[in-house]
Design a protein around this ligand. Structure first.
Ligand SMILES: Cc1cc2nc3c(=O)[nH]c(=O)nc-3n(C[C@H](O)[C@H](O)[C@H](O)COP(=O)(O)OP(=O)(O)OC[C@H]3O[C@@H](n4cnc5c(N)ncnc54)[C@H](O)[C@@H]3O)c2cc1C
Length: 442
Protein backbone atom coordinates (compact mmCIF):
# COMPACT_ATOMS: atom_id res chain seq x y z
CA UNK A 1 0.00 0.00 0.00
CA UNK A 2 1.36 3.48 -0.86
CA UNK A 3 0.59 5.98 1.88
CA UNK A 4 1.31 8.94 -0.39
CA UNK A 5 -1.17 7.75 -3.00
CA UNK A 6 -3.79 6.98 -0.34
CA UNK A 7 -3.39 10.53 1.00
CA UNK A 8 -3.74 12.02 -2.46
CA UNK A 9 -6.97 10.16 -3.10
CA UNK A 10 -8.29 11.17 0.32
CA UNK A 11 -7.42 14.86 -0.22
CA UNK A 12 -9.24 14.85 -3.57
CA UNK A 13 -6.21 15.71 -5.68
CA UNK A 14 -5.84 12.42 -7.56
CA UNK A 15 -5.29 13.08 -11.27
CA UNK A 16 -7.42 10.02 -12.13
CA UNK A 17 -4.94 8.62 -14.66
CA UNK A 18 -5.19 4.99 -13.50
CA UNK A 19 -1.40 4.38 -13.39
CA UNK A 20 -1.42 3.12 -9.79
CA UNK A 21 -4.15 0.61 -10.59
CA UNK A 22 -2.17 -0.69 -13.57
CA UNK A 23 0.99 -0.98 -11.48
CA UNK A 24 -0.54 -2.84 -8.55
CA UNK A 25 0.95 -6.36 -8.75
CA UNK A 26 -1.89 -7.78 -6.63
CA UNK A 27 -4.31 -7.05 -9.48
CA UNK A 28 -6.98 -6.31 -6.89
CA UNK A 29 -7.12 -2.54 -7.15
CA UNK A 30 -9.48 -0.94 -9.64
CA UNK A 31 -11.02 2.35 -10.67
CA UNK A 32 -14.51 3.06 -9.32
CA UNK A 33 -17.04 5.57 -10.61
CA UNK A 34 -17.72 8.45 -8.25
CA UNK A 35 -19.40 11.83 -8.64
CA UNK A 36 -15.89 13.13 -9.35
CA UNK A 37 -15.34 10.58 -12.10
CA UNK A 38 -13.15 7.46 -11.84
CA UNK A 39 -10.99 7.16 -8.71
CA UNK A 40 -8.61 4.37 -7.63
CA UNK A 41 -9.89 1.93 -5.03
CA UNK A 42 -6.68 0.43 -3.78
CA UNK A 43 -6.73 -3.06 -2.35
CA UNK A 44 -5.32 -3.75 1.13
CA UNK A 45 -3.14 -6.28 -0.65
CA UNK A 46 -1.83 -3.73 -3.16
CA UNK A 47 1.81 -4.17 -3.96
CA UNK A 48 3.54 -1.48 -6.01
CA UNK A 49 6.92 -1.26 -7.70
CA UNK A 50 9.43 1.12 -6.15
CA UNK A 51 8.84 3.81 -8.81
CA UNK A 52 5.11 4.20 -8.07
CA UNK A 53 5.48 7.73 -6.66
CA UNK A 54 7.59 8.84 -9.65
CA UNK A 55 4.72 7.84 -11.97
CA UNK A 56 1.95 9.59 -10.04
CA UNK A 57 1.10 13.00 -11.58
CA UNK A 58 -0.40 14.20 -8.30
CA UNK A 59 2.78 13.53 -6.33
CA UNK A 60 4.59 15.18 -9.20
CA UNK A 61 6.39 13.74 -12.18
CA UNK A 62 9.88 15.16 -12.47
CA UNK A 63 9.69 16.88 -15.85
CA UNK A 64 13.36 17.84 -16.20
CA UNK A 65 14.43 14.22 -15.54
CA UNK A 66 11.81 12.91 -17.93
CA UNK A 67 12.86 15.41 -20.61
CA UNK A 68 16.45 14.26 -20.28
CA UNK A 69 15.41 10.61 -20.50
CA UNK A 70 12.88 10.91 -23.31
CA UNK A 71 14.09 13.82 -25.46
CA UNK A 72 17.73 13.67 -24.34
CA UNK A 73 17.67 17.37 -23.46
CA UNK A 74 15.60 20.05 -21.77
CA UNK A 75 13.27 22.07 -24.03
CA UNK A 76 14.55 25.40 -25.28
CA UNK A 77 11.06 26.79 -24.73
CA UNK A 78 9.16 25.57 -21.65
CA UNK A 79 5.81 26.86 -22.95
CA UNK A 80 5.81 24.70 -26.06
CA UNK A 81 8.01 21.82 -24.91
CA UNK A 82 10.25 19.80 -27.19
CA UNK A 83 9.18 20.15 -30.82
CA UNK A 84 10.01 18.82 -34.25
CA UNK A 85 7.46 20.94 -36.08
CA UNK A 86 4.38 23.08 -35.50
CA UNK A 87 1.61 23.24 -38.09
CA UNK A 88 -1.99 24.31 -38.41
CA UNK A 89 -4.65 22.53 -40.44
CA UNK A 90 -7.12 19.69 -40.58
CA UNK A 91 -8.00 16.28 -42.00
CA UNK A 92 -8.69 16.35 -45.75
CA UNK A 93 -11.63 13.96 -45.25
CA UNK A 94 -14.58 16.22 -44.63
CA UNK A 95 -16.47 13.57 -42.64
CA UNK A 96 -13.54 13.11 -40.22
CA UNK A 97 -12.88 16.84 -39.96
CA UNK A 98 -16.54 17.47 -39.19
CA UNK A 99 -16.79 14.70 -36.61
CA UNK A 100 -13.51 15.68 -34.92
CA UNK A 101 -13.16 18.08 -32.02
CA UNK A 102 -11.19 20.64 -33.97
CA UNK A 103 -9.78 19.44 -37.33
CA UNK A 104 -10.00 15.64 -36.93
CA UNK A 105 -6.19 15.35 -37.06
CA UNK A 106 -5.92 12.87 -34.19
CA UNK A 107 -8.60 10.60 -35.65
CA UNK A 108 -7.06 10.75 -39.13
CA UNK A 109 -3.60 9.91 -37.77
CA UNK A 110 -4.92 6.96 -35.75
CA UNK A 111 -6.64 5.60 -38.86
CA UNK A 112 -3.40 5.93 -40.83
CA UNK A 113 -1.43 4.11 -38.13
CA UNK A 114 -3.96 1.26 -38.09
CA UNK A 115 -4.38 0.95 -41.86
CA UNK A 116 -0.63 0.85 -42.40
CA UNK A 117 0.00 -1.73 -39.69
CA UNK A 118 1.98 0.60 -37.46
CA UNK A 119 -0.40 -0.50 -34.70
CA UNK A 120 -2.79 -3.37 -33.94
CA UNK A 121 -5.18 -1.24 -31.92
CA UNK A 122 -5.78 2.25 -30.55
CA UNK A 123 -6.58 2.89 -26.90
CA UNK A 124 -9.03 5.78 -26.98
CA UNK A 125 -11.53 7.53 -24.76
CA UNK A 126 -15.07 6.61 -25.63
CA UNK A 127 -18.11 8.54 -24.50
CA UNK A 128 -21.18 6.41 -23.77
CA UNK A 129 -19.46 3.51 -21.98
CA UNK A 130 -20.88 1.95 -19.83
CA UNK A 131 -23.77 4.47 -19.91
CA UNK A 132 -24.34 7.51 -22.18
CA UNK A 133 -23.11 10.11 -19.67
CA UNK A 134 -19.96 8.18 -18.72
CA UNK A 135 -16.73 7.58 -20.60
CA UNK A 136 -14.05 4.89 -20.53
CA UNK A 137 -10.81 3.86 -22.18
CA UNK A 138 -11.61 1.58 -25.11
CA UNK A 139 -9.49 -0.44 -27.53
CA UNK A 140 -10.51 0.38 -31.11
CA UNK A 141 -9.43 -2.15 -33.73
CA UNK A 142 -11.28 -0.91 -36.81
CA UNK A 143 -11.51 2.39 -38.67
CA UNK A 144 -15.19 2.73 -37.74
CA UNK A 145 -14.40 2.22 -34.07
CA UNK A 146 -11.72 4.93 -34.22
CA UNK A 147 -14.13 7.37 -35.89
CA UNK A 148 -16.75 6.51 -33.31
CA UNK A 149 -14.36 7.70 -30.56
CA UNK A 150 -13.52 11.04 -32.18
CA UNK A 151 -14.25 14.29 -30.31
CA UNK A 152 -13.14 15.61 -26.96
CA UNK A 153 -14.51 14.32 -23.68
CA UNK A 154 -14.49 16.98 -20.99
CA UNK A 155 -15.08 14.76 -17.97
CA UNK A 156 -12.24 12.70 -16.40
CA UNK A 157 -11.41 9.43 -18.16
CA UNK A 158 -8.77 7.14 -16.66
CA UNK A 159 -6.67 5.99 -19.60
CA UNK A 160 -3.87 3.99 -18.00
CA UNK A 161 -5.53 1.33 -15.80
CA UNK A 162 -6.41 -0.50 -19.03
CA UNK A 163 -2.68 -1.16 -19.57
CA UNK A 164 -2.75 -4.21 -17.37
CA UNK A 165 -5.33 -5.80 -19.69
CA UNK A 166 -3.55 -5.25 -23.01
CA UNK A 167 -1.55 -7.82 -24.90
CA UNK A 168 2.14 -6.86 -24.54
CA UNK A 169 2.88 -8.62 -27.83
CA UNK A 170 0.71 -6.18 -29.77
CA UNK A 171 1.46 -2.60 -30.83
CA UNK A 172 -0.80 0.24 -29.77
CA UNK A 173 -1.38 3.96 -30.05
CA UNK A 174 -3.07 5.73 -27.16
CA UNK A 175 -4.71 9.11 -26.60
CA UNK A 176 -3.73 10.68 -23.30
CA UNK A 177 -4.19 13.97 -21.50
CA UNK A 178 -0.88 15.64 -20.52
CA UNK A 179 -0.52 14.12 -17.03
CA UNK A 180 -1.30 10.69 -18.45
CA UNK A 181 1.26 11.03 -21.25
CA UNK A 182 3.94 11.96 -18.72
CA UNK A 183 2.97 9.11 -16.40
CA UNK A 184 3.05 6.66 -19.31
CA UNK A 185 6.58 7.80 -20.19
CA UNK A 186 7.66 7.09 -16.59
CA UNK A 187 6.22 3.59 -16.92
CA UNK A 188 8.14 3.15 -20.18
CA UNK A 189 11.31 4.45 -18.55
CA UNK A 190 10.91 1.80 -15.87
CA UNK A 191 10.33 -0.91 -18.51
CA UNK A 192 6.78 -1.70 -17.42
CA UNK A 193 5.99 -4.23 -20.15
CA UNK A 194 2.47 -3.15 -21.25
CA UNK A 195 3.65 0.48 -21.50
CA UNK A 196 6.40 -0.58 -23.89
CA UNK A 197 3.78 -1.89 -26.30
CA UNK A 198 2.46 1.67 -26.68
CA UNK A 199 4.28 2.89 -29.77
CA UNK A 200 2.51 6.23 -30.30
CA UNK A 201 1.04 8.70 -27.83
CA UNK A 202 -1.38 11.23 -29.29
CA UNK A 203 -2.94 13.80 -27.07
CA UNK A 204 -4.95 16.98 -26.93
CA UNK A 205 -3.77 20.25 -25.50
CA UNK A 206 -5.67 20.29 -22.21
CA UNK A 207 -6.99 23.37 -20.49
CA UNK A 208 -9.87 22.42 -18.25
CA UNK A 209 -12.09 19.41 -17.62
CA UNK A 210 -15.18 19.27 -15.45
CA UNK A 211 -16.61 16.75 -13.00
CA UNK A 212 -19.52 14.59 -14.26
CA UNK A 213 -21.88 16.30 -11.78
CA UNK A 214 -21.82 19.25 -14.18
CA UNK A 215 -24.00 17.33 -16.64
CA UNK A 216 -26.91 17.01 -14.19
CA UNK A 217 -26.55 20.63 -13.13
CA UNK A 218 -26.75 21.65 -16.78
CA UNK A 219 -29.86 19.51 -17.32
CA UNK A 220 -31.53 20.99 -14.23
CA UNK A 221 -30.92 24.46 -15.67
CA UNK A 222 -32.84 23.22 -18.72
CA UNK A 223 -35.71 21.97 -16.55
CA UNK A 224 -35.07 18.33 -17.42
CA UNK A 225 -36.72 15.93 -14.99
CA UNK A 226 -34.37 13.68 -13.01
CA UNK A 227 -35.94 10.50 -14.43
CA UNK A 228 -35.56 11.62 -18.06
CA UNK A 229 -32.53 9.48 -18.89
CA UNK A 230 -29.71 10.54 -21.19
CA UNK A 231 -29.55 8.34 -24.28
CA UNK A 232 -26.67 10.07 -26.08
CA UNK A 233 -24.15 12.77 -25.23
CA UNK A 234 -21.62 14.57 -27.41
CA UNK A 235 -19.38 17.34 -26.13
CA UNK A 236 -18.59 18.95 -29.46
CA UNK A 237 -21.31 18.02 -31.95
CA UNK A 238 -21.81 19.96 -35.16
CA UNK A 239 -19.74 22.63 -36.81
CA UNK A 240 -16.49 23.73 -35.04
CA UNK A 241 -16.19 24.83 -32.28
CA UNK A 242 -19.30 22.73 -31.76
CA UNK A 243 -21.96 22.37 -29.11
CA UNK A 244 -22.86 20.07 -26.25
CA UNK A 245 -25.66 17.82 -27.48
CA UNK A 246 -27.67 15.69 -25.08
CA UNK A 247 -30.44 13.39 -26.32
CA UNK A 248 -33.00 12.33 -23.74
CA UNK A 249 -35.29 9.33 -23.40
CA UNK A 250 -38.30 11.64 -23.73
CA UNK A 251 -37.10 12.51 -27.25
CA UNK A 252 -35.93 15.97 -26.26
CA UNK A 253 -32.61 17.11 -27.69
CA UNK A 254 -30.69 19.77 -25.83
CA UNK A 255 -27.88 21.76 -27.41
CA UNK A 256 -25.60 24.40 -25.98
CA UNK A 257 -22.76 26.14 -27.85
CA UNK A 258 -19.29 25.39 -26.45
CA UNK A 259 -18.72 29.01 -25.48
CA UNK A 260 -21.98 28.95 -23.46
CA UNK A 261 -21.69 25.67 -21.56
CA UNK A 262 -18.22 26.78 -20.48
CA UNK A 263 -20.14 28.54 -17.68
CA UNK A 264 -19.98 25.19 -15.85
CA UNK A 265 -16.18 25.42 -15.55
CA UNK A 266 -15.89 27.67 -12.46
CA UNK A 267 -18.35 25.42 -10.60
CA UNK A 268 -17.13 21.97 -11.60
CA UNK A 269 -13.51 22.33 -12.71
CA UNK A 270 -11.42 19.27 -11.82
CA UNK A 271 -8.51 19.44 -9.42
CA UNK A 272 -6.21 18.10 -12.12
CA UNK A 273 -7.04 21.07 -14.33
CA UNK A 274 -6.00 23.38 -11.51
CA UNK A 275 -2.78 21.64 -10.56
CA UNK A 276 -1.29 20.43 -13.85
CA UNK A 277 1.43 22.67 -15.30
CA UNK A 278 1.31 20.91 -18.66
CA UNK A 279 -1.08 22.42 -21.20
CA UNK A 280 0.50 21.37 -24.50
CA UNK A 281 0.86 17.64 -23.76
CA UNK A 282 4.62 17.77 -23.47
CA UNK A 283 5.17 13.99 -23.64
CA UNK A 284 2.84 13.09 -26.50
CA UNK A 285 4.42 12.20 -29.85
CA UNK A 286 1.65 14.28 -31.39
CA UNK A 287 -0.07 17.10 -29.50
CA UNK A 288 -3.14 18.79 -30.98
CA UNK A 289 -5.20 21.79 -29.90
CA UNK A 290 -7.83 24.08 -31.33
CA UNK A 291 -6.37 26.78 -33.56
CA UNK A 292 -8.00 29.70 -31.76
CA UNK A 293 -7.38 32.80 -33.84
CA UNK A 294 -9.65 35.33 -35.54
CA UNK A 295 -8.39 34.12 -38.92
CA UNK A 296 -9.39 30.47 -38.37
CA UNK A 297 -12.51 31.29 -36.38
CA UNK A 298 -13.75 33.39 -39.32
CA UNK A 299 -12.93 30.64 -41.80
CA UNK A 300 -14.86 28.08 -39.73
CA UNK A 301 -14.87 24.37 -40.53
CA UNK A 302 -12.40 23.22 -37.83
CA UNK A 303 -8.72 24.06 -37.51
CA UNK A 304 -6.09 22.50 -35.28
CA UNK A 305 -2.64 23.38 -34.02
CA UNK A 306 -0.55 20.27 -34.63
CA UNK A 307 2.76 19.72 -32.85
CA UNK A 308 5.08 16.81 -33.60
CA UNK A 309 7.51 16.06 -30.80
CA UNK A 310 9.36 12.95 -32.03
CA UNK A 311 11.07 12.03 -35.27
CA UNK A 312 8.92 8.94 -35.77
CA UNK A 313 5.73 11.01 -35.52
CA UNK A 314 7.14 13.70 -37.79
CA UNK A 315 7.75 10.96 -40.38
CA UNK A 316 4.15 9.74 -40.10
CA UNK A 317 2.76 13.27 -40.49
CA UNK A 318 4.96 13.93 -43.53
CA UNK A 319 3.74 10.68 -45.11
CA UNK A 320 0.13 11.71 -44.45
CA UNK A 321 0.67 15.18 -45.93
CA UNK A 322 2.25 13.66 -49.05
CA UNK A 323 -0.76 11.37 -49.43
CA UNK A 324 -3.16 14.33 -49.05
CA UNK A 325 -4.69 12.91 -45.90
CA UNK A 326 -3.85 15.98 -43.85
CA UNK A 327 -3.91 19.59 -45.01
CA UNK A 328 -1.29 21.24 -42.86
CA UNK A 329 0.74 24.43 -43.10
CA UNK A 330 3.93 25.05 -41.15
CA UNK A 331 3.45 27.68 -38.48
CA UNK A 332 5.82 29.80 -36.48
CA UNK A 333 5.94 28.23 -32.99
CA UNK A 334 5.58 31.69 -31.44
CA UNK A 335 2.46 32.47 -33.45
CA UNK A 336 1.02 29.14 -32.37
CA UNK A 337 1.83 29.96 -28.75
CA UNK A 338 0.01 33.26 -29.05
CA UNK A 339 -3.26 31.40 -29.80
CA UNK A 340 -3.17 29.94 -26.28
CA UNK A 341 -1.50 32.67 -24.24
CA UNK A 342 -4.22 32.71 -21.57
CA UNK A 343 -4.25 28.97 -21.01
CA UNK A 344 -0.45 28.74 -21.05
CA UNK A 345 -0.38 31.32 -18.30
CA UNK A 346 -3.17 29.49 -16.42
CA UNK A 347 -1.03 26.35 -16.38
CA UNK A 348 2.61 27.42 -16.39
CA UNK A 349 2.26 30.16 -13.79
CA UNK A 350 -1.27 29.72 -12.39
CA UNK A 351 -0.91 26.03 -11.50
CA UNK A 352 2.51 26.71 -10.02
CA UNK A 353 1.07 29.43 -7.75
CA UNK A 354 -1.98 27.33 -6.82
CA UNK A 355 0.24 24.36 -5.95
CA UNK A 356 2.43 26.64 -3.86
CA UNK A 357 -0.61 28.02 -1.98
CA UNK A 358 -1.80 24.45 -1.29
CA UNK A 359 1.61 23.36 -0.04
CA UNK A 360 1.77 26.38 2.26
CA UNK A 361 -1.59 25.33 3.74
CA UNK A 362 -0.30 21.80 4.39
CA UNK A 363 -2.07 20.04 1.51
CA UNK A 364 -0.50 17.71 -1.01
CA UNK A 365 0.28 19.26 -4.36
CA UNK A 366 2.46 18.08 -7.21
CA UNK A 367 6.08 19.07 -7.58
CA UNK A 368 7.23 18.81 -11.19
CA UNK A 369 10.88 19.44 -10.43
CA UNK A 370 11.01 22.95 -11.88
CA UNK A 371 9.66 26.36 -11.12
CA UNK A 372 9.29 29.64 -13.04
CA UNK A 373 12.17 32.04 -12.43
CA UNK A 374 10.14 35.19 -12.12
CA UNK A 375 6.44 35.76 -11.65
CA UNK A 376 5.36 39.41 -11.32
CA UNK A 377 3.66 40.19 -8.01
CA UNK A 378 0.57 41.40 -9.94
CA UNK A 379 0.22 37.85 -11.30
CA UNK A 380 -0.13 36.59 -7.71
CA UNK A 381 -2.97 39.09 -7.15
CA UNK A 382 -4.71 37.89 -10.32
CA UNK A 383 -4.35 34.33 -9.03
CA UNK A 384 -6.01 35.26 -5.75
CA UNK A 385 -9.05 36.44 -7.76
CA UNK A 386 -9.07 33.30 -9.93
CA UNK A 387 -8.66 30.92 -6.99
CA UNK A 388 -11.38 32.74 -5.01
CA UNK A 389 -13.79 32.27 -7.92
CA UNK A 390 -13.06 28.53 -8.05
CA UNK A 391 -13.31 28.17 -4.26
CA UNK A 392 -16.65 29.97 -4.28
CA UNK A 393 -17.83 28.01 -7.33
CA UNK A 394 -17.29 24.63 -5.74
CA UNK A 395 -19.41 25.36 -2.67
CA UNK A 396 -22.57 23.19 -2.65
CA UNK A 397 -24.71 26.35 -2.41
CA UNK A 398 -23.07 27.85 -5.52
CA UNK A 399 -23.52 24.62 -7.46
CA UNK A 400 -27.15 24.46 -6.39
CA UNK A 401 -27.75 28.11 -7.30
CA UNK A 402 -26.21 27.81 -10.75
CA UNK A 403 -28.49 24.90 -11.62
CA UNK A 404 -31.46 27.23 -11.01
CA UNK A 405 -30.42 29.71 -13.69
CA UNK A 406 -31.52 28.98 -17.24
CA UNK A 407 -28.51 28.20 -19.44
CA UNK A 408 -29.94 30.54 -22.11
CA UNK A 409 -29.33 33.38 -19.63
CA UNK A 410 -26.19 32.31 -17.78
CA UNK A 411 -24.39 31.02 -20.93
CA UNK A 412 -24.23 34.37 -22.74
CA UNK A 413 -23.63 36.30 -19.48
CA UNK A 414 -20.73 34.00 -18.62
CA UNK A 415 -19.31 34.26 -22.12
CA UNK A 416 -19.33 38.06 -21.97
CA UNK A 417 -17.80 38.04 -18.48
CA UNK A 418 -15.11 35.63 -19.70
CA UNK A 419 -14.24 37.87 -22.66
CA UNK A 420 -14.22 40.93 -20.39
CA UNK A 421 -11.97 39.16 -17.85
CA UNK A 422 -9.64 38.02 -20.64
CA UNK A 423 -9.37 41.60 -21.84
CA UNK A 424 -8.66 43.23 -18.48
CA UNK A 425 -6.33 40.51 -17.21
CA UNK A 426 -4.46 40.22 -20.51
CA UNK A 427 -1.68 42.69 -19.68
CA UNK A 428 -0.95 40.98 -16.35
CA UNK A 429 -1.38 37.45 -17.65
CA UNK A 430 0.86 38.04 -20.66
CA UNK A 431 3.43 40.16 -18.82
CA UNK A 432 6.71 38.27 -18.85
CA UNK A 433 5.11 35.16 -20.37
CA UNK A 434 7.00 35.38 -23.67
CA UNK A 435 10.18 35.29 -21.61
CA UNK A 436 9.11 32.31 -19.48
CA UNK A 437 12.18 30.67 -17.98
CA UNK A 438 12.48 28.03 -15.31
CA UNK A 439 14.89 26.70 -12.75
CA UNK A 440 15.12 22.95 -12.29
CA UNK A 441 15.23 21.59 -8.73
CA UNK A 442 18.44 19.95 -7.74
C1 LIG B 1 -10.40 17.76 -21.34
C2 LIG B 1 -9.91 18.49 -22.58
C3 LIG B 1 -9.62 19.86 -22.51
C4 LIG B 1 -9.14 20.54 -23.63
N1 LIG B 1 -8.81 21.88 -23.54
C5 LIG B 1 -8.33 22.52 -24.63
C6 LIG B 1 -7.99 23.92 -24.55
O1 LIG B 1 -8.11 24.55 -23.50
N2 LIG B 1 -7.48 24.52 -25.66
C7 LIG B 1 -7.32 23.83 -26.84
O2 LIG B 1 -6.87 24.41 -27.83
N3 LIG B 1 -7.66 22.53 -26.93
C8 LIG B 1 -8.15 21.86 -25.87
N4 LIG B 1 -8.50 20.54 -25.97
C9 LIG B 1 -8.20 19.83 -27.22
C10 LIG B 1 -9.30 19.92 -28.26
O3 LIG B 1 -10.56 19.86 -27.66
C11 LIG B 1 -9.18 18.75 -29.26
O4 LIG B 1 -9.20 17.54 -28.55
C12 LIG B 1 -7.92 18.76 -30.04
O5 LIG B 1 -7.85 19.94 -30.76
C13 LIG B 1 -7.84 17.57 -31.00
O6 LIG B 1 -8.78 17.73 -31.99
P1 LIG B 1 -8.97 16.67 -33.15
O7 LIG B 1 -10.11 17.11 -33.99
O8 LIG B 1 -7.67 16.38 -33.81
O9 LIG B 1 -9.39 15.38 -32.31
P2 LIG B 1 -10.31 14.19 -32.75
O10 LIG B 1 -9.96 13.75 -34.12
O11 LIG B 1 -11.72 14.53 -32.44
O12 LIG B 1 -9.81 13.04 -31.76
C14 LIG B 1 -9.81 13.23 -30.40
C15 LIG B 1 -9.24 11.95 -29.79
O13 LIG B 1 -8.93 12.21 -28.43
C16 LIG B 1 -9.50 11.19 -27.62
N5 LIG B 1 -9.98 11.84 -26.38
C17 LIG B 1 -11.00 12.71 -26.26
N6 LIG B 1 -11.16 13.08 -24.99
C18 LIG B 1 -10.20 12.43 -24.29
C19 LIG B 1 -9.88 12.36 -22.92
N7 LIG B 1 -10.56 13.07 -21.99
N8 LIG B 1 -8.85 11.57 -22.53
C20 LIG B 1 -8.14 10.86 -23.43
N9 LIG B 1 -8.43 10.87 -24.75
C21 LIG B 1 -9.44 11.64 -25.17
C22 LIG B 1 -10.66 10.61 -28.41
O14 LIG B 1 -10.85 9.25 -28.09
C23 LIG B 1 -10.21 10.79 -29.85
O15 LIG B 1 -9.53 9.67 -30.30
C24 LIG B 1 -8.99 19.84 -24.87
C25 LIG B 1 -9.33 18.48 -24.93
C26 LIG B 1 -9.79 17.81 -23.81
C27 LIG B 1 -10.13 16.33 -23.91
Amino acid sequence: MSEDIEKIIKEGCCSQCGSCVALDHSGESFMVDTKYGPLPKLSDKSNFPSYINDACPSIGINYPDLYKYFYKSLPSNWLLGSIKNVRTGFSSKSEIRKKGASGGVITQTLIYLLENNYIDGAILAKQGVPTPEKARAYIARTVDEIIDCSQSIYIPVSMLDILRDINPNEKYAITCLPDQSASLRVLQKNKYLPALSIKYVLGPYTGTAIYPEAIRSFLRSKNVKFNDRITNLKWRAGEWPGYLEIKLQSGRIIRSPKVYYNYLIPFFITNTSLQSMDFVNEFADLAVGDAWSPKFENLGGGHSVVVTRTQKMEKIILEMISKDLLILTEESPFKALDMHGHMLDFKKRGSFIRNKFKKMLGFKSPDNGYYPIKIPITRYFVEIVITSIFLFGKLPISRWLISKFPESLIGPIFNNLRLFWKKISRPTKRKGLSDYKVICNK
